[in-house]
Design a protein around this ligand. Structure first.
Ligand code: FPP
Length: 238
């Protein structure tokens, strides 16, 4: 049962951590942890649908993850591709719209192709927007945002005196989405790991010791319940 919380976050962002540890404790190769993680993604998307959350951003592959062994990177890309291929009909049926942020051109051609195919096939959906962060780094995004702003100034589209928080936000990968209301991180680590550095300024954080493959709908609902108890003041007094 979804929680009866009065306040459901409009946008949830998740750092899905602990796939490797999940596999290790079972004596399995790391990729088995990622495969189990993909199942948890499916359940989480369904849970967000039940809750009528509007946006869900998942940190699926960071800019730093390219430093992992080639075999793990390859397996993760193949998993992503297969997941998208296999789940597109379900995303369409559940009215989920897929989007992606990050340096997407870094991805292998076949992954880019499948990603854009699923984005196109789900473009008409108006339920949950599922945003995958792929080859994503918060600092890189800010640098790309600055470059984009400089270009706009050079072209005379804007005057540099007009630059403010709102305008800068419009030059980030996330320009089409509101900032996350709730950030969930699994596996107990208290770090942002270069995720949505600009956008998380006033986001409520929820850290659970559960490893990502063990994260269920029930855990999602518990996080949303707790979010409902928080008082957000955005730096002001009550
Ligand atoms: C972190 O766990 C997880 C990742 C780097 C990849 C996340 C990928 C998935 C959940 C599966 C595929 C995703 C989609 C969208 C189909 P870790 O490997 O850092 O775990 P560890 O810290 O225990 O080693």
């Amino acid at each position: 049962m979804p929680p009866t919380a009065k306040t459901v976050p409009r946008h949830i962002a998740i750092i899905m951590d602990g796939n490797g540890r999940w596999a290790k404790t079972r004596g399995l190769p790391r990729i088995k942890g990622h495969e189990a993680g993909a199942q948890a993604v499916r359940e989480c998307v369904e849970g967000c649908g039940d809750l009528k959350v509007q946006y869900l951003t998942l940190y699926a592959f960071s800019a730093e993850n390219w430093q992992r062994p080639k075999s793990e990177v390859f397996a993760l890309m193949r998993l992503l591709e297969n997941f998208l291929k296999e789940k597109t009909p379900e995303l369409v049926e559940k009215n989920v719209r897929l989007q992606a942020i990050g340096r997407l051109t870094d991805l292998p051609q076949s992954s880019q192709k499948q990603l854009h195919k699923t984005i196109e096939q789900t473009a008409g959906n108006n339920g949950l927007t599922l945003i995958l962060a792929l080859s994503y780094g918060g600092r890189l995004e800010i640098i790309d945002g600055i470059k984009s702003l400089l270009r706009a100034v050079e072209l005379g589209h804007i005057d540099k005196g007009m630059i403010d928080v709102e305008m800068f936000s419009k030059h980030l990968y996330t320009r089409y989405y509101p900032d996350p209301d709730l950030l969930i991180r699994t596996s107990g680590e208290m770090r942002l790991s270069n995720f949505l550095l600009w956008q998380l300024s006033y986001t409520e954080m929820y850290v659970t010791p559960k490893l990502w493959p063990d994260f269920t709908k029930k855990d999602l609902f518990a996080a949303v319940e707790e979010f409902g108890q928080r008082q957000r003041r955005y730096g002001a007094v009550e």
